[in-house]
Each structure stands twice: as C-alpha cells, then as structure tokens.
Design a protein around this ligand. Structure first.
Ligand SMILES: NC(=O)c1ccc[n+]([C@@H]2O[C@H](COP(=O)([O-])OP(=O)(O)OC[C@H]3O[C@@H](n4cnc5c(N)ncnc54)[C@H](OP(=O)(O)O)[C@@H]3O)[C@@H](O)[C@H]2O)c1
Length: 318
C-alpha cells in the first residue's frame, strides 16, 4: 500500500489507517451499539493482512476495551502495525468521563495504555482533546518527558486549532494533528491545513466517511434502526434537517461512484486523500468486509471533472 511520511517523524503511514472507536462497543456514553469482539479482532487482522500498517485507538474507546482488543489482535499478527493511541479523557467506576491533562493523570494513562496494548513503547501518543484548555502545556511537557523515557516514540494532538498548535510547538515539535475531515466537515481547509503544511505537521484525518454517512447503506431506514446505545442517534448529522440533506448527498455521490465501479465509502476516502497535506485517513471499521471494501480507495483517482462536480454538490448543500 502507498505510504506517506508523517510530519517530522520517521514513520511512513499507509494512506489508510484502521480506526477503533466503534470496536469499543456500546456500553458507555459514546458507544456505537453492541460489537462482537471476535469480529473486531478479525477486522484488525484483515486490515494488517491487506497491508494497512497503522491502527488508531484511544484509552476512552469503550473505556479501555478498544485498546485491549487491539492488543489481543496484534499479538497474533506476524507483521506488527504501528500503534497510535490517545490520552486526556479519563473515567471513574461509574463510567463518568472527565477530561484531564495534568501530569499525574497523563503519566498514569500512558502506563495503563501500554498494559492494555501489551507494548513497551507507543509509536504515536496524542492528546485527544484540548480540554481542559489551561492544562495543554502541562500535558505536552509531560509527553515530551515520556518520549525521553522511551515510553512514546512520537507525539501528536487531536482536535487542536492553530492557536493551540502554536502553544504546543513552543514546547516540543508536534508530529501530527488528528482533526475531523470529510466531505461534510471541511473546517480545517481554511487555516489548519496550510499551517500544518508549513510547519511539517502530519495530518491523520478522522471520520472520513462521517461516521458511516458517506456510504452506500446510508438511508432513513438505516438511521431508524440504529440501536439506542449507538451515540449516532444523538448526532445532528443523523437528525433532521441535516439527515435529508445527507441522504440526498449520498444519492448524488452514488452516481459519481458508479463511474469508477466504486462504493460511496471508497469515493469519500479518495476525496480526502486528494489533499497532499493529509498523511492518512483513519477509517472506522467493525467488520472484515468493511475494510476489504474501503481499502480499495487507495487506488481510486477521482477525475478533475468529478472533483468539480462533488464540490458543486457540497457548495449547494452548504
Ligand atoms: N480524535 C478524535 O476525536 C476522533 C473522533 C472520531 C474518530 N476518531 C478516529 O477516527 C476513526 C474513524 O472515524 P469514525 O469511526 O468516527 O468514522 P468513519 O470512519 O467516518 O466511519 C466509520 C463507520 O462507517 C461504517 N463503515 C465503515 N466502512 C464501511 C463500508 N465499507 N461500507 C459501509 N459502512 C462502512 C461503520 O459503521 P457501521 O457499520 O456501524 O455503520 C464504521 O464504524 C475512529 O474509529 C477513531 O479511531 C478520532
């Protein structure tokens, strides 16, 4: 698979990375409904077999569960993928989530992640959210020390704006930013993409299919049948008035995807990867068949005419 170099690091990431939020399951505040762990392990192993060389996870996904599943799946892989995880969202015995970026908290979190993932070193460690905002510097300084101690190879951030990136850059170079980016969420195009490109900060884009919206299966029936413990039920993109606009967009995209004998998911990913500033798109996957489909996006080159047409759909929708 094609790789792109991640910012200032020596990591060459495949343009598609494996996302593990959904495999955290349904039993917590931001779950995705029930998930079969055997399917999750099979999906990760299928991704590695297909040549995907990195996995994105986070301590908070399933309150530690996704990291454990990643550890279990990777243990059995002969080729070991790079592992990226995140800190900054903690939970208590009642599953109440609290953002924390204090030194003691980050230091404890890295140890817990290493144990769950069954690793000695984490390839990429990211601050999940810039929250609590005044604690950004404390967390980033702590992470810089953890690199010196060999617990982490490279450090990145997620959901940071340019001003927050600048604050971190003053302390230690930021290897990567993980922002949302899809046909539906284009906010980073204006300031974040140019800043990261100028500063050699790699971008690993999350939710490139907008949590499953930009796929062939996205219909009103699909949304009506989401279980109550799937957080997408509360997501505004899955509710009116945006729901109808999103369904209409998917119908338009199906016509373009047909030209390439591709799925809408592949088209959505190929669209994200058109931007050279994007190092890799993180695709959330819960079944082996899904990654077999989405991995083909790597080969899809959207023509300039179709890119213009997609832009026209998106501008009209906006
Ligand atoms: N840093 C952050 O704050 C942050 C936030 C969000 C995500 N992320 C990371 O980015 C990853 C990806 O984002 P995401 O999971 O939110 O969204 P996504 O990748 O846009 O969508 C993932 C969902 O789309 C559906 N899907 C995947 N492949 C498909 C296919 N080939 N055909 C049809 N449906 C398919 C699956 O859901 P169903 O089968 O359930 O429909 C899957 O869980 C996450 O897993 C996580 O690692 C990070």
């Amino acid at each position: 698979m094609q790789t792109r170099k991640l910012g200032n690091s020596e990591l060459n990431l495949t343009v598609i990375g494996f996302g593990t939020w959904a495999i955290g399951g349904g039993d917590w505040a931001y779950g995705w409904g029930a998930q079969d762990d055997k399917q999750s392990v099979a999906a990760i192993q299928k991704a590695v077999e297909l040549g995907i060389n990195w996995i994105d996870t986070a301590a908070i996904y399933g309150l530690g569960h996704a990291e454990k599943i990643v550890g279990e799946a990777v243990r059995a892989c002969s080729t070991k993928p790079l592992i990226a995880t995140k800190c900054g969202l903690t939970w208590n015995s009642k599953k109440k989530i609290k953002p924390r970026l204090k030194k003691e908290s980050v230091t404890a979190e890295v140890e817990d992640s290493l144990k769950r993932l069954d690793l000695d070193t984490i390839d990429l460690y990211q601050i999940h959210w810039p929250n609590p905002e005044p604690e950004i510097e404390e967390a980033w300084e702590t992470i810089a020390r953890l690199i010196e101690q060999g617990k982490i190879r490279y450090a990145g951030v997620s959901n940071f704006n340019v001003e927050q990136l600048k604050r971190a850059q003053k302390i230690h170079p930021v290897t990567s930013l993980q922002p949302p980016y899809s046909m539906i969420k284009r906010k980073i195009e204006k300031e974040v993409l140019p800043y990261c490109s100028e500063q050699n900060i790699g971008i690993v884009a999350y939710s490139p299919m907008q949590k499953g919206i930009l796929t062939d299966k996205f219909t009103r029936e699909f949304v009506d049948h989401l279980p109550s413990d799937d957080h997408r039920v509360y997501d505004n993109e899955f509710k009116e008035p945006r729901l109808s606009l999103n369904i209409h967009l998917v119908e338009q995209l199906k016509n373009i995807a047909k030209n390439y004998e591709a799925s809408v998911a592949q088209l959505a990913l190929a669209w994200v990867l058109v931007h050279p500033e994007i190092t890799s798109a993180i695709v959330g996957t819960r079944k082996p068949e899904q990654i077999e489909d989405t991995v083909k996006a790597e080969e899809l080159k959207i023509s300039p005419e179709d890119l213009k047409q997609i832009d026209a759909f998106l501008n009209k929708k906006a």
